[in-house]
Design a protein around this ligand. Sequence first.
Ligand SMILES: [Zn+2]
Length: 286
Amino acid sequence: MYSIIIWFLAATLMIGEVEAAEVAKLKQDVYAISEAGVTSLVLLSEDGVLITDPANPERAKALQAEIAKLTPRPVTRIVLSHEHLDHVGGTEAFPGAEVICHLSCKAVFDLDVGGSAPKKVHAVFNDQHSFQFGGRKVTLIHVGPADGFASTIIHLPEDAIIYSADLYADRYIIPGIWMDNDNYLGVLKALRLMRDLKPQIAVNAHSTSTSVQALQENVTFVEDLYQLVSTQINKTIATKGPGAVMDNIPRWSQELKLDQYKDWSNYATEFPAHVRRMALSIYHGG
Ligand SMILES: [Zn+2]
């Protein structure tokens, strides 16, 4: 009997690993669909469906199957959160859909050798771009260099919903290897901007949580990190001159701590990389 229960539990866990999609209804005609480690915002309308970040061809098919359970209408618009290739693949699974990305996406897509980037981007925008979709306002806000160059917040102002990608995680210190392309000053600016939009729901591309708590905690985390590192940089410049800053960054990475975050995953191993990235962002501008 117990072995049957254990087998059943094991089988359930294994099925769990295959990852069934998680579909969260946020508002009427607004969904967050999580599948294969990526969450897309999905808006339904009479004319078609808007999605964010299909990610890759396999996931795009799975997402399409989930959307088909909600509506017979096709995906007509795809908004990309930024240029990184783990977000932008799979657009060809939605023929006829208009692909929208910040204008700096294109330069990166032109350099893609692996075939992940969209074959075609139909519309680009600069600072901000608003449009109506199914009777609701959608605003795309480019936040400037943050995680990459095209980081865009998708804002539904009437619903107090935002969607963002790779700008924060849920009590998780992002591994340093993924930080090389981050401008931490831009990330701080983006997080403050998102907080100031006063969202009630914050969808994050690599999380199934839509709570604003993770966003708020990360504004504080990055502000604390900025304070910690900028104090050292200013002190060093005042006493030894700007030339001494670069020499000190490896030591600061090891010695500086924010132990109030020690319960966040990866704190012990990955926090030093965040000190380093913040120091370079402050001192070098990127
Ligand atoms: Zn990214």
